[in-house]
Design a protein around this ligand. Structure first.
Ligand SMILES: [Zn+2]
Length: 328
């Protein structure tokens, strides 16, 4: 029902001219899209948190409209232009991917290339060139949907387990994840791992931005000062060496930040940091160490038949959806 109302509002806003008016009013702001994984529908449905996944079809539809109607650049580049006061006729948008999964290389990179778009990939530096999964995938796989169709657990169980894990102190969480890891796990597929250094380098060589998503994906607000400095500083150094150019962007794991974390990001040499607080970045009020992003959930941006909706994507990016529907 909610999605029907949303879709109807989308087509009304597009037809009535309200959407165009809202887009004009938002010109001069910086909009940032936050994607995570890109996987075919069958794999999306089996992932413990399907909202973190868009299908290649959805990403292709989004990229088509982004290339048609927006000025698109990696966040570091877009931010620099925005700070210089450059304004184009088209709304300024940055596309970002969190975590740095290999599925991004397999599915997202060719779609971006086909549309002439460049994006930012925030990589969990400590998992590059390893067979280790991020801790939240180990928890999610242990409690979420199993590969078999008659699985007794589903996304709600995974969500509860992940919330529990996030509330644990870092050492307790590490111990719990280690215990879960030692249980016989289903074989980890290549797409579920973080990219190799060769893949990261090739994205950077193509003009994409490589950013840091920390070493181990902790909740940075829970880290002691020395761990905070390592998570930020060592990841920046490692990724800069891999990419062959200076990494200047950071993305907070889980979007968690506070004033201590933001100060540590600046001290570690970053030029900016991306958060997950929703909204447009307004030139007068934006904090470059807490850049707002729109979390892209494909279900929320689909029409009544479940297909990607141009109007709903434009409404999201202009801030009109948030105005009409609130956070979700
Ligand atoms: Zn993440």
């Amino acid at each position: 029902m909610k999605s029907l109302i949303r879709a109807a509002a989308g087509s009304f806003a597009a037809r009535s001219g309200a959407l165009s008016a809202f887009e004009r009013a938002a010109r001069g702001a910086l909009a940032v899209l936050c994607y995570h994984r890109v996987l075919p529908e069958a794999e999306r449905a089996r992932y413990h948190t399907p909202d973190l996944v868009v299908t290649p079809e959805t990403l292709r539809a989004h990229c088509r409209i982004l290339a048609e109607r927006y000025t698109v650049a990696p966040l570091g580049t877009a931010l620099a232009a925005w700070q210089r006061g450059e304004v184009s006729d088209r709304p300024l948008v940055a596309i970002t991917f969190d975590d740095g999964y290999r599925d991004n290389m397999r599915y997202a990179a060719p779609i971006l290339r086909a549309h002439g778009l460049r994006a930012t990939f925030y990589v969990i530096a400590g998992l590059v060139d390893t067979d280790e999964q991020p801790w939240y995938d180990i928890v999610g796989a242990a409690f979420g949907p199993a590969p078999q169709e008659d699985s007794a657990t589903g996304p709600a169980d995974a969500a509860a387990a992940l919330e529990k894990a996030k509330r644990l102190a870092p050492a307790e969480r590490a111990a719990w994840v280690a215990a879960l890891r030692s249980e016989p796990a289903s074989r980890v597929r290549d797409d579920d791992l973080i990219m190799t250094s060769g893949q990261i380098r090739s994205l950077a060589d193509e003009g994409h931005e490589i950013g840091s998503h920390s070493m181990t994906h902790p909740l940075l607000t829970q880290c002691a000062d020395d761990a905070l400095a390592t998570e930020m500083g060592a990841s920046r150094e490692r990724l800069s060496a891999i990419a062959g150019r200076a990494v200047t962007g950071l993305c907070y794991p889980n979007g968690d930040h506070d004033s201590r974390v933001r100060r540590a990001a600046a001290a570690a040499g970053y030029a900016y940091a991306a958060a997950l607080d929703p909204g447009l970045n307004d030139r007068r009020t934006a904090d470059v160490f807490a850049l707002r992003r729109w979390f892209i959930a494909q279900g929320r941006l689909a029409d009544s038949r479940g297909a990607p909706s141009d109007a709903l994507l434009r409404m999201e990016l202009s801030g009109l959806s948030r105005r009409l529907f609130g956070r979700a």
